[in-house]
Every structure is written in structure tokens, then in C-alpha cells.
Design a protein around this ligand. Structure first.
Ligand code: ATP
Ligand code: MG
Length: 578
């Protein structure tokens, strides 16, 4: 990421806030020279999705642009849903996107001792109490948006009693749910988040890092501001659904500043609108359901909008970064067309991917006047706009594979490819004239015949004497490589999976699973030019006329390639109006 130092990203409200804070000296560097500190704080309860990419690019990007630091912090405060597998996958994905946190890797669970001490501090200052109402009672006492809450009968317990109960919660004397620690704020606040929110709960559960050391765990609303403060975060950037929690964030940090437990100034929470994308679901709950119920083949299924899936699909990390930059950040809810993401991938791939030839629906072409057993080399540029990438040789011979759709025995109007009597160029090779075809008993065309013009080879002086309209790609039958190609398409057939449609009966509830695209993958056997036989996993190419493809990072090996279609050359969804 250090290569784009002088490309200034477009301005946005977040940048304005940061620039003002830098100008006013609101956040002096602490500890080291970082001028600002941001963080990406995933909960390790699932794989990262495309929405997270927006947050990652934003937080790491701001730190980079303002000579700051960005922390990778695992918000691992809920032991029942979190796993080491997710920690590893998240680390992998953030690295893969191209970001580096240096030594700034943190785990909220490393702060459990301090969080506990901070909670005791609040109790001693009558800012927290142990409540023993049941969950249902607590809900009833909380009130509604239009009605103030009522104070719990336990709200005025003495400091001594609260400290004792909290210690016994920690010691494991009580069952889950029998008590909670609540902040003592304001039951009449118009903001429900300020009505004495729960800050610690009892959970007799094994934690993937702290094991069985704890049976009380801090709630997000308490833990997150403390994590930010302990790490000297300056700008705590999060999605809009946390806007209503900001008053509590500020309240809590103010208490701790007053007590001298954390330094001033406290971090600042700033919200932006989350990424919503058509044709996918971006919610961990739904993604887990797709994986666990087997609708896809694991977390890295190339159809899933997880970063692991996108990587396997062949989406380059630069494509995600371009996408994040292009969609920008704001506070307005927005729904981005999936084709915008695809266009970013195409743009990066068009520039970066070498060109190759593959025949996806093979039909044999026999050049009857070409000597059997003979071969010669034709040369094809690796990139039309980058001569420095050189060329490769493709063996030409008597029998070639062409695309089935490039031949019509009885051509429709405007068809310019092969049909009896017509001449076309075999790209990078010779001009041929079609002489006929062979059929099986059912009438299917099984081979096409032609004759070549020996003086028409591309790159030779005679080549220009032939004016033809069709230009076909081909692969040598003798030397081509047969391979599995997985033709991926969108996972959902509807832009808003599970949404109501016009004319739906009022009682009808749709399930996002009903909108799965039944044709989201098609496995085919294709013929590839020989140079594709030995490619390393994750190599990306443009297959001429077909789109961008990647050698599968799990199943492809040199000598036995397997390719995934990343994206077509054009947006076929827009054209077909599917
Ligand atoms: P989900 O809502 O999909 O279940 P989450 O918000 O619970 O995800 P976290 O692990 O808490 O997942 O997210 C880590 C960070 O990523 C948070 O700061 C969150 O705001 C941000 N984030 C999550 N989803 C999106 C999104 N769709 N667009 C932008 N940022 C997101
Ligand atoms: Mg969340």
C-alpha cells in the first residue's frame, strides 16, 4: 500500500474530522509517532465478508494516509460463538487484502483483568450495580421509546453488597442469567441505551483464549470503548447501527477519565454507513447458515461473498481496494450494485492478467490440407497493451479445438464465423476456408472440415492479402490440455435475496434461501492452450473472449489445472435483464 503515497484519496466527512483534529492538536501522539490510531475490530465468530473489506480499507487507509497506525483487534468477548479457526481466517484475509498492522495485534480478552477492575471502580463510585431481576423483568422495567423506564429494586444496593456480589459472580457462585452488572446511568433517558445497560454477564463457557479462567464476560457496549481507550485509539470508526450507543461510549469513557484510569482525550466514535450489495447477503448469521446447511461448499466457496470466497473466485485484493475507494464513505444508507464490484475486478484484471486461450465448448476442426503429424509454432502476445510481457508460442497442427458456437452449418443472418464456403482467421495462425462437417447418426456435428491458405500466416507479409470478418480462437488437439473449469455465476438470482415482491400476499414471508440461483455453478471440461498446463495455483488470466479465470488455489496443481471463472468480460446480468 505504500506505492500510492501521492494518490490522494477523495475527501470525505471522516477525513475532514481527522484533518480538523490534527490541525487543532486534539490528539497528540502517544507512545510512538503515530499521528492517529484507528482499528479494525472483528469479532471472531465467522469469516470476513465483502462488507468488512470496506471497513478494513477505510481504517487501514486512513491510518496510512495520515501517518498513523491501524490495529487489528479481536473483539473476543463472547465465548460461546468464537473460535480460533475464525481468528486465523481473519488474520489471513486482512493480510491478503494488503494490510499490515505491524506489532499492533490485540485481543480484547487480554484486557479482561483491567475491564474487571474498571467495573469495580464504577461500583465503588455508585456508577454500577448488580441487578437480580430476570431477563423478562428487566425488559419490562426498561420501558419503551415513548415511555420512561423504571428503576430496578436492586438499583440502590450498597457499594459493599455490590462488590461482594460481583466478586461472587466472578467466582462462579451463580448460574448464568441470575445476576448482571449494570451501569447506573438514567432509567428515564430517551435513549434506551442509556437506561442502565448491562455491562457484565455470567456465562459459564470456555473461551478460546482464556479457557475457563472467567465465567463473567463484559458486554460489547462496555468492552468496546475500553478496548479503544487502552489502545490509545483516536478515531473509532464504526457502522451506523452503533450511533445510538455513542452516548454510552462517551459516558463510560468520561467516568474512567475522571477516575484517572484512562488518559484524556478519550477516543472518538464516528459512524459511517455499512456496505450493502445487491445479489448477496452480508450478515454473518446468514453466511453461517449457507455454510452449515451445505448450500455452498465451505467458507471459501467461490460463490460466497466472504473474502476467502472472493479470493478463491479470483477477485484480486487490488480490486477490493479499488471498490472501497470508488464507493467512498458517507452517513447515507446505500445499496451498491454488484456489477460495480465486478467492474472493479475487471478493471484490475484487464490491466494485470495475461491473455491465454481456452476452448470451453470444444468442437474439432480438421484442416484437411495440413500435413498430418506436423506442428508449427504460432506466437501470441501475453498482453495486448504490454509488449514488455512478451509472447508465448502456441502449437498449430492439423486438428484443432474450436468453440462449438463458432460453427453453423446453416448460418443465421450476420454470422461471420465458420460455415461452409466462408473464410475466417484462426487467431495468431492461418486463414482457413470451411469445406463442410461430419455428423453422427443423430445429426449432431462432430467435426468441421476446412483448408488453410499456406501464405496467410499472421505476422508474415502475405497475411494482409486476406480480408476476413471472423477471427476464431483455437487450441491444438494434440498438445492442448484438458481441464476442469468451474463456471461460477451469482449465488442469488434476485438482487435483494428474501425481500418481498410486488404482489406478494401480506402473510407471505420469503426466505433468502428461496432466491438461491440454481445455476450458480456449472462444471465443464475445457481444452486449454499448453502453456496453461503448468500454472501455479492462484494464477489469473483472461481467457480471450470468455472472461477472467483463476487457477483454483486448493484444487489446481501444475500438470493438473483446475480453473474458476472469476468474472465475464462484460456484465451479462445487465444485458439479459435477469
Ligand atoms: P455482521 O453484521 O455481518 O454480522 P458484524 O458487524 O457483527 O458483522 P464484526 O466482527 O463486529 O461483524 O465487524 C467488524 C467490523 O466490520 C465492525 O467495525 C463493523 O462495523 C464492520 N462491518 C461489518 N459489516 C460491515 C459492512 N457491511 N460494511 C462496512 N463495515 C462493516
Ligand atoms: Mg457487529
Amino acid at each position: 500500500m505504500s506505492d500510492n503515497k501521492d494518490v490522494k484519496a477523495p475527501s470525505n466527512f471522516l477525513r475532514s474530522i481527522i484533518e480538523n483534529d490534527l490541525a487543532s492538536g486534539a490528539f497528540a501522539p502517544r507512545g510512538d509517532s503515530a499521528r492517529i490510531r484507528t482499528r479494525f475490530p472483528p469479532e471472531p465468530n465467522g469469516y470476513l465478508h465483502f462488507g468488512h473489506a470496506k471497513s478494513i480499507c477505510l481504517n487501514f487507509g486512513l491510518a496510512h494516509d495520515y501517518e498513523g497506525a491501524c490495529h487489528l483487534r479481536f473483539d473476543d468477548t463472547n465465548p460461546t460463538k468464537e473460535e480460533q479457526e475464525y481468528v486465523d481466517a481473519i488474520i489471513d484475509a486482512v493480510h491478503w487484502l494488503g494490510f499490515d498492522w505491524g506489532s499492533n495485534l490485540f485481543f480484547a480478552s487480554d484486557y479482561f483483568d483491567r475491564m474487571y477492575a474498571f467495573a469495580e471502580y464504577l461500583i465503588r463510585n455508585r456508577k454500577a450495580y448488580v441487578d437480580s431481576l430476570s431477563a423478562d423483568e428487566m425488559r419490562a422495567y426498561r420501558g419503551t421509546l415513548t415511555e420512561a423506564g423504571r428503576e430496578s429494586p436492586y438499583r440502590d444496593r450498597s457499594v459493599a453488597e455490590n462488590l461482594d456480589l460481583f466478586a461472587r459472580m466472578k467466582a462462579g457462585e451463580f448460574a448464568d442469567g441470575s445476576h448482571v452488572l449494570r451501569a447506573r446511568v438514567d432509567m428515564a433517558s430517551p435513549n434506551l441505551n442509556m437506561r442502565d445497560p448491562a455491562i457484565y454477564r455470567i456465562r459459564h463457557a470456555h473461551h478460546h483464549r482464556t479457557g475457563d479462567a472467567w465465567c463473567v464476560y463484559p458486554m460489547y457496549t462496555f468492552a468496546h470503548p475500553i478496548e479503544d481507550a487502552l489502545e490509545n485509539i483516536t478515531h473509532s470508526v464504526c457502522t451506523l447501527e452503533f450511533e445510538d450507543q455513542r452516548p454510552f461510549y462517551d459516558w463510560l469513557l468520561e467516568q474512567l477519565c475522571e477516575g484517572g484510569l484512562i488518559p484524556r482525550p478519550a477516543p472518538k466514535q464516528i459512524e459511517f454507513s455499512r456496505l450493502n450489495l445487491t445479489y448477496v447477503v452480508l450478515s454473518k448469521r446468514k453466511l453461517i447458515q449457507l455454510v452449515e446447511e451445505g448450500h455452498v461448499d465451505g467458507w471459501d466457496d467461490p460463490r460466497l461473498p466472504t473474502l476467502a470466497g472472493g479470493r478463491r473466485r479470483g477477485y484480486p485484493p487490488e480490486g477490493f481496494r479499488l471498490f472501497a475507494e470508488r464507493i467512498g464513505v458517507s452517513k447515507a444508507d446505500s445499496l451498491i450494485e454488484y456489477s460495480v464490484l465486478e467492474e472493479c475486478m475487471r478493471e484490475v484484471l484487464n490491466d494485470a492478467a495475461e491473455r491465454r486461450v481456452a476452448v470451453l465448448d470444444p468442437l474439432k476442426l480438421v484442416i484437411d490440407n495440413y500435413p498430418a503429424g506436423e506442428h508449427e509454432a504460432c506466437f501470441a502476445p501475453n498482453h495486448p497493451l504490454k509488449p514488455e510481457l512478451g509472447q508465448r508460442s502456441m502449437p498449430f497442427g492439423r486438428e484443432l479445438w474450436i468453440e462449438r458456437e463458432d460453427f453453423m452449418e446453416e448460418p443465421v443472418k450476420g454470422f461471420r464465423r465458420l460455415f461452409p464456403g466462408n473464410m475466417v482467421r484462426l487467431r495468431y495462425g492461418y486463414v482457413v476456408k470451411c469445406t463442410g462437417c461430419d455428423k453422427d447418426e443423430a445429426g449432431n456435428v462432430v467435426a468441421v472440415h476446412c483448408e488453410y491458405m499456406p501464405d496467410s500466416k499472421s505476422g508474415t507479409p502475405g497475411a494482409d492479402n486476406y480480408k476476413v470478418k471472423g477471427n476464431l480462437h483455437w487450441v491444438s488437439v494434440a498438445e492442448g490440455v484438458e481441464a476442469e473449469v468451474r463456471m461460477y455465476d451469482r449465488l442469488f438470482a434476485h438482487p435483494a435475496p428474501g425481500s418481498r415482491r410486488e404482489g406478494d400476499a401480506p402473510q407471505l414471508e420469503r426466505d433468502f434461501l428461496d432466491d438461491l440461483n440454481p445455476d450458480s455453478v456449472k462444471l465443464i471440461r475445457a481444452w486449454l492452450e499448453p502453456s496453461l498446463g503448468e500454472v501455479a495455483p492462484e494464477s489469473r488470466f483472461q481467457f480471450e473472449r470468455h472472461g477472467y479465470f483463476v487457477a483454483d488455489r486448493i484444487d489446481s496443481q501444475p500438470g493438473k489445472p483446475v480453473f474458476n471463472r472469476t468474472v465475464t468480460l462484460k456484465d451479462s446480468w445487465a444485458r439479459s435483464g435477469k
